[in-house]
Design a binder for this molecule. Structure first.
Ligand SMILES: Cc1cc2nc3c(=O)[nH]c(=O)nc-3n(C[C@H](O)[C@H](O)[C@H](O)COP(=O)(O)OP(=O)(O)OC[C@H]3O[C@@H](n4cnc5c(N)ncnc54)[C@H](O)[C@@H]3O)c2cc1C
Length: 535
């Protein structure tokens, strides 16, 4: 069998999740090979929503400015009741992770940008027209069999990640199955172009006669989604006369727009029984399928890539134990499952079965919205599960037994400019804490030797930049919004060690900082990676 070159990580599938992972690995200098069975990039316009956490990951991958060119940032959802009247609006205004919570995109544009992002890395290659057929692994690596036309090829990798979608071949080869449900309801998706009505927000019609969604997108695109009923025949609902009539009933101006594509989808709420076997892992739709009602399937997959990318780099390049990769599933599975449950709840609300059922559920929502706390919970999307985990690669503290994604406010640079926090934290690890002689002395020892990392000393919002900048590698910035101070105080910490995915790995209180400072500071006396990330 002919061999293609070996790689440290072989990614199966050049869908959005595989390409985000390839960009993150490329950034960390990991030799990566992406194999894609199609001859080119996937053009199916599936996902239409990107959330704030995904945009932050793309910021970390150095691609957010390019991605934002094809995104309408910050849109909300307006719900209409069974009688066609406005019912409630979800219009989140907070940007705790640096970006609006809901952003409209078209998946093929994102995929194109992600693919072009790989041009930055000579050590990342994509092979189109190569389908994975078999894998064989031992303690040191994985041998893959690929099919390219009539030819079989071998490829050797130290790790393999199956980002090969809902019908994952990698999952099948590992013998894992998808647990969960497939919905009886099917939806018709209609993509249109040259939208004229400037309404920005999604409209969701919770009408038991025909639940429907109108989703405006970038560059004048527009999507309609209609729930199909048990008796609907495919050829009838795919007939333009039928769906253009349904569109006209919702917004007459949209009814004659040029058609880009129509398709019928069924939806699943499923999670793979396991996500890892030895050196082979699953990510994205291969690991979990989320009903689209919350717009979270792709976003969950991007979270997988953000979690896995730096861990593989840490094992392959920075001397971490392979056991670090085991924490991937422990950290990601509960959150992915929680988002599936959220999508199911939203789906049940959007797809009322009867008019009395719809009236009851919608009246309950109206009453709940009379209470300011409830209204805020709904309007600000606070029902979305927080990006945090209870177990994994971090050191819990008594006050904070979980690890959580750190907020990303703007911080003020010494020259007065405001920038998003991650701009100063860099791409690797970071130690962030209140500026003090003790912090500046102890912080270098909190960064494990051999890992890329930065030290950022915070001044309080009310402080000025007094005195000269501290000596490198410490950078001093101002917590202008006070949000970082609140995050530290919530955990009783004066400093924290952050992982490259911006979850905290270790919280340091004043006593621990003093103890660390009093230790002799021989160059190899700092914390090891294993101490910072116990697994
Ligand atoms: C109608 C619809 C609307 C959606 N809306 C949203 C939304 O608004 N927001 C959101 O977050 N998500 C949404 N989703 C979900 C989102 O589209 C998926 O979660 C996302 O595409 C998953 O990306 P992926 O990279 O994991 O898999 P995929 O996009 O399926 O990519 C897998 C890739 O692997 C390749 N491949 C498969 N087998 C092999 C093999 N053996 N060898 C080599 N290559 C292989 C495939 O060709 C493909 O390119 C929606 C989905 C649908 C259907």
């Amino acid at each position: 069998m002919n061999q293609v070159e070996a790689a440290d990580v072989l990614i199966v599938g050049a869908g959005p999740v595989g390409l985000v992972l390839a960009n993150l690995l490329g950034l960390h200098g990991v030799r990566t090979l992406v194999v894609e069975r199609n001859l080119g990039l996937e053009g199916e316009p599936r996902a239409v929503t990107l959330d704030d956490e995904s945009l932050r990951t793309l910021q970390g991958a150095g691609l957010v400015d390019e991605v934002l060119k094809d995104v309408v940032p910050g849109y909300g959802v307006q719900y209409f009741g069974w009688n066609g009247r406005p019912l409630a609006s979800v219009l989140p205004t907070r940007q705790e992770y640096g970006y609006p919570k809901r952003n409209a995109l078209r998946q093929p544009l994102l995929v194109r940008t992600l693919f072009e992002g790989l041009e930055r890395f000579a050590h990342v290659r994509v092979l189109f027209g190569h389908a994975l057929e078999a894998i064989e692994q031992d303690a040191h690596g994985v041998r893959c069999t690929l099919r390219h036309g009539d030819t079989q090829l071998g490829a050797q990798a130290r790790w393999v990640v199956g980002c090969d979608g809902g019908r994952s071949k990698v999952r099948e080869l590992l013998g894992f199955v998808l647990d969960g449900d497939t919905f009886p309801e099917r939806w018709l998706i209609v993509d249109l172009a040259q939208r004229t009505v400037p309404l920005r927000h999604t409209r969701t019609y919770c009408d038991p006669r025909r639940p429907a969604i109108r989703l405006p997108g970038p560059h004048g695109t527009l999507r309609y989604e209609f729930m199909l009923r048990a008796g609907d025949r495919d050829e009838e609902v795919l007939d333009e006369a039928t769906f253009r009539r349904w569109i006209r009933e919702r917004m007459p101006e949209d009814a004659a727009l040029p058609l880009v594509r129509k398709a019928i989808y069924g939806f699943h709420a499923r999670v793979a029984t396991r996500w890892k076997e030895g050196r082979v892992l699953l990510a994205g739709d291969a690991a979990h399928l989320t009903p689209p009602f919350a717009g979270q399937g792709l976003n969950s997959g991007i979270r997988d890539a953000a979690n896995l990318g730096w861990k593989l780099a840490a094992v392959l390049r920075w001397g971490a134990a392979p056991a670090l990769v085991d924490s991937y599933e422990r950290e990601r599975r509960p959150h992915a499952a929680a988002l599936i449950r959220m999508a199911l709840r939203i789906g049940a609300f959007m797809q009322p079965k009867t008019i009395p059922g719809a009236m009851l559920a919608q009246a309950a929502l109206r009453i709940a919205c009379l209470l300011p706390a409830c209204r805020d919970y709904i309007l600000q999307l606070r029902f979305k599960p927080k990006p945090r985990f209870q177990e994994g690669a971090f050191t819990p503290s008594a006050r904070c037994p979980h690890a959580e994604l750190l907020v990303q406010p703007q911080v003020e640079l010494p020259d007065g400019r405001g920038v998003l926090l991650d701009t100063v934290l860099g791409e690797g690890f970071a130690v962030l804490g209140w500026d003090s002689p003790a912090f500046r002395a102890a912080a270098p020892q909190l960064l494990p030797p051999g890992v890329p990392g930065r030290i950022v000393a915070l001044l309080r919002a009310e402080d000025d930049f007094l005195g000269a900048q501290p000596e490198a590698p410490v950078l001093r910035v101002r917590d202008a919004s006070g949000e970082l101070g609140r995050a530290l105080e919530a955990c009783g910490a004066v400093a924290m060690v952050l992982r490259p995915d911006r979850y905290w790995a270790r919280l340091i209180d004043a006593a621990a900082l003093a103890q660390q400072q009093s230790r002799p500071s021989a160059p190899d006396d700092g914390m090891s990676l294993g101490q910072v990330l116990p697994v």
